[in-house]
Design a protein around this ligand. Structure first.
Ligand SMILES: NC(=O)C1=CN([C@@H]2O[C@H](COP(=O)(O)OP(=O)(O)OC[C@H]3O[C@@H](n4cnc5c(N)ncnc54)[C@H](OP(=O)(O)O)[C@@H]3O)[C@@H](O)[C@H]2O)C=CC1
Ligand SMILES: N[C@@H](CC=O)C(=O)O
Ligand code: NA
Length: 371
């Protein structure tokens, strides 16, 4: 009879994605067959938000995380103390970062060097400075050596298999020439509902509020509307395709934040004032309508030219990008092997459940490597 093995899971971030991940984790059979030789038991040993943490000095599994977190009065561990706690766990550890925090992302090389594996939808680690990108992958072992492994499928296209597909294209020797499409669930939802094919549509500011309520936006919706979220995703894809993109602000990115609202002190103030600018978005709609077109927020990476760009473009109403629904992303990979008919991935690109699916899938991949 093979001996069961135990893997310890620490989760930081319990918002839309974090909560959906924790529910999916609880459904993963505790007797998970990731290893051909032994069943795997998963123990949740830490759960933390920006305000509080639940963890036990004896690494006892959290049996009822919702109640334990709600009742906790313990502040979150500072990152070096968190690392100490995880390193001393009596077995392999996977840290699940469900935040969008830069400090947590900056600490990935430290966690990885200490053998802690990471799965995350947080884009900031992979789209920050090029140095951080290099440090993360230098520290990660992904199966070889003593460093932890790292997976980040949901950092682009939520649960859609975008990162894994691009990596396989590159690793199997295809030549990726161009990547283009709609990379934001929020922007897709906004334009599909504010400027649908066939006319009509709601007020732009109302649709922004709905996108936030549906859990599509970043914690601060200005990070979507300023184009930076898409720029981060394209930075990640461009780097995986071999371009040394320095940062998500090192190429042209069109912002939809009105100049007058750039100085808003908070996301709440911004959301309050946004309806004053609905007229400008209506003008954009009317202008496209006159040409029989719709406007969509798109991005592209031209690998051969080394160019990345993000912004609004007009599309014929018959174009596949114009026909997207809800929060759908569409991502086309033009490669040497696929020729003029690109490999296309399409589906929901935002939302707690679909994003958590990518994170849970990554956890399963990490567990297979940690045998
Ligand atoms: N929502 C989506 O559709 C998608 C999201 N993502 C990415 O997933 C991540 C999570 O998104 P989402 O769940 O929507 O965001 P939320 O704002 O709903 O949740 C973020 C969580 O992170 C916690 N947090 C923030 N900073 C820290 C910190 N320093 N230490 C511990 N916890 C912290 C917050 O705590 P508190 O509650 O105390 O503020 C909150 O629980 C982001 O990186 C996002 O870009 C990726 C693809 C799609
Ligand atoms: N805010 C992002 C969430 C997923 O990355 C989006 O709208 O696409
Ligand atoms: Na993905």
């Amino acid at each position: 009879m093979p001996l069961p093995r135990q893997v310890f899971i620490a989760v930081i971030g319990a918002g839309g994605v974090g909560k959906a991940f924790l529910h999916q984790l609880s459904k993963l059979a505790s007797n998970l067959s990731c290893s051909p030789s032994a069943p795997t038991y998963l123990s949740l040993i830490l759960l933390s938000t920006s305000k509080k943490s639940v963890h036990h000095a004896d690494y006892k599994s959290l049996s009822n995380w919702e109640t334990e977190l709600a009742n906790s009065t313990t502040p979150p561990l500072p990152l070096p103390r968190l690392a100490e706690y995880l390193v001393k766990a009596p077995g392999k550890v996977v840290l699940v970062d469900n935040t969008s925090n830069q400090d947590v992302a900056d600490a990935y090389p430290m966690f990885l060097k200490h053998g802690v594996s990471i799965v995350t939808p947080n884009k900031k680690a992979f789209s920050g400075s090029y140095q951080l990108w290099t440090d993360i992958f230098a520290a990660a072992s992904n199966g070889q050596g003593s460093g932890g492994c790292i997976f980040h499928e949901s950092s682009v296209g939520a649960g859609l298999p975008v990162i894994s597909t691009l990596k396989e294209l590159v690793e199997t020797g295809d030549e990726v020439r161009r990547i283009e499409g709609v990379f934001s669930g929020t922007m897709s939802f906004l334009f599909n509902s504010f400027m649908p094919v066939g006319g009509g549509g709601g007020r732009f500011s109302d649709e922004v509020k709905t996108a936030k309520d549906k859990g599509f936006t970043e914690p601060d919706p200005r990070d979507d509307l300023n184009g930076l979220d898409v720029a981060r995703k394209l930075t990640i894809l461009a780097r995986l395709a071999g371009l040394k993109v320095e940062s998500p602000t090192s190429f042209p990115v069109q912002s939809l934040i009105p100049k007058e609202l750039e100085s808003c002190a908070s996301g709440d103030e911004f959301m309050q004032k946004l309806p004053e600018f609905d007229g400008k978005m209506d003008d954009l709609k009317k202008e496209a309508d006159k040409e029989g077109k719709v406007v969509r927020f798109v991005g592209s990476v031209d690998v051969a030219k080394g160019e990345v760009k993000v912004g609004l473009e007009k599309f014929d109403t018959s174009h596949p990008i114009a026909a997207l629904k809800g929060s759908d992303n569409i991502i086309a990979f033009y490669t040497k092997r696929y020729g003029d008919n690109p490999l296309i991935i399409q589906g929901a690109g935002a939302g707690g459940e679909v994003t958590a699916m990518g994170v849970t899938g990554d956890l399963i991949k990490a567990l297979r490597l940690l045998q």
